[in-house]
Write a protein that binds this ligand. Sequence first.
Ligand SMILES: [Zn+2]
Length: 224
Amino acid sequence: MSKLKLLSKILRLKDLKITHFLFKNRDKELHLTVKPYKNGCRCPECRRRGRIVSQTTEFRRWEDLTLMGMKVLLWYTPKEIHCPTHGRVQETIPWAPTYSRITYRLEWRLCALCQIMTQKAAAEILKMAPSTLSDLLHRIITRVRRGHKIRGLVTLGVDEISFCKGHKYATLVYDLDRSRVLWVGLGKGRETIDRFFNEAVWSKNSSVSRYQHLNIRCLGHGLL
Ligand SMILES: [Zn+2]
């Protein structure tokens, strides 16, 4: 097995190939030059393969999970491609979201740590400044929320649950056609449902007025 393949296996890198590696900063940083493996040149919008138009010479850098306290950094020069539908675009980076400076798996680890500890403690484990972590966390939340926009809603289901031994209530709104939760709000009754229509994030071409003929099904008792 070659050195690069071994390194790739140790780091559990998927969808990319290591072409070169280098230790820097007194072996505290591992720099990897990488390239997409069997999934390059794809349009970020439609995921179709496009023809390469140009390749920048400027390397972009992504931070990955640390390995035994060693920082792992990925380097790659993204290509510009021509998509038949979306025109000239920069190819999708399989290991990181567009414009992100960290990989998907570091994002996942960051969110997992922030759920169980303070941002300061998480920043110490991930070896980054608390302000950087906070900035990254906000970017992730904003991006994920953007993907949660409600679109193409036809059948809406409403249910209410009680917690704290029946002292508190929460209302859940589902998209029954797609079997997914759309919104969760504290409280019950009509006011809470009204809050859903005011607070929920609707996609650009969807608005509450377009959903006047929604099929609303009550899943619980005594709702609406
Ligand atoms: Zn496209």
